[in-house]
Write a protein that binds this ligand. Sequence first.
Ligand SMILES: [Ca+2]
Ligand SMILES: [Ca+2]
Length: 374
Amino acid sequence: MRTGFIVAVAGLALVACTDGGEAEAQVAGFTVEEMGTFAEPWAMTFLPNDMLVVTEKAGTMRFIDFAPDTPRLGTITGLPEVDYGGQGGLGDVVAHPDFASNNLLYFSFAEAGQGDMRGAAVARGALVCEEADACRLDDVEVIWRQAPKVTGRGHYSHRIAFGPEGHLWISSGDRQKLDPAQDLSNTLGTIVRLNDDGSVPDGNPFADRGGVSAEIWSYGHRNVLGLAFAPDGSLWDIEHGPAGGDEINRVERGANYGWPEVSNGNHYDGRPIPDHDTSDAYRAPAISWTPVIAPGDFIFYTGDMFADWQGDILAAGMTANGLVRVEIDGDTAREAARYDLGERIREVEQGPDGAIWVLEDADEGRLLRLTPGQ
Ligand SMILES: [Ca+2]
Ligand SMILES: [Ca+2]
């Protein structure tokens, strides 16, 4: 068992906890260890080299290196300037499937344009770690930009996932502009499918329209904050509804998920939106929530530590203040359990040993490691 430890962000000090029990608590049936605190953490990912990378929304990428006896915290430099504000800033981070040989990290961020125009972007760079407490990204290049840039600082989405065949998938939110999600001439309100260098692969459903339409895999999405592949290779998303109507969808080629024409929620000002069951023209969600859970992200759990949950979705809930476990049955899904962690949860990942790691959605958000309760 790894000993519990506390990471202090100020001065990047790492304090080993000699009495591992002090940092542990029993919450919602879990043993919970505090592993650190980060400034507005947004995303994290485990690398194959004993490192965990965490993004902080204002633009800083950090790492914890678990390889040494006393884990080390450090900063990864070399990132572009991010447009921090509203829902925007530094976003997701994932490793290339061949990270062990190419060291490529992919990350998303809100990028400023001309005037007050903004858009999501995805870049990649090679991770170089030559010092104990500092790494850098070399040869950083932006490989994708949401099109077009628009005003406002909401609904970037910008989750990243690599598929089983090595394609790069990016969720591109509707930027709170609504109708563009039904217009295939832009990439707002879509999920795009690319090669790992950002070029368009063969086989996308709207390739014959050319331009950015060729990037689109599915559309009619609102704000997709989770994108993950199930153990069977199928792609799923989790997205925020408006007032009600958070959704999990099985994402299929060329499908239209209906936003803003249909939603199981309504507009914030109370104006109704027809529910999914009023129209066959759009793909309905596998499950939806009213009241909302305000999902931050989700995973398909595949570990041995919680063996009964293998194949289930674990969704991070901000309004839900914890994790929501969802069982999948074909194209439908149902909520199996909810775990109240007492704080808004932004991000969830499965650790290499099957433990569940979460990040709180807060100015000083804790990184927590969840293992079976005692
Ligand atoms: Ca992640
Ligand atoms: Ca409705």
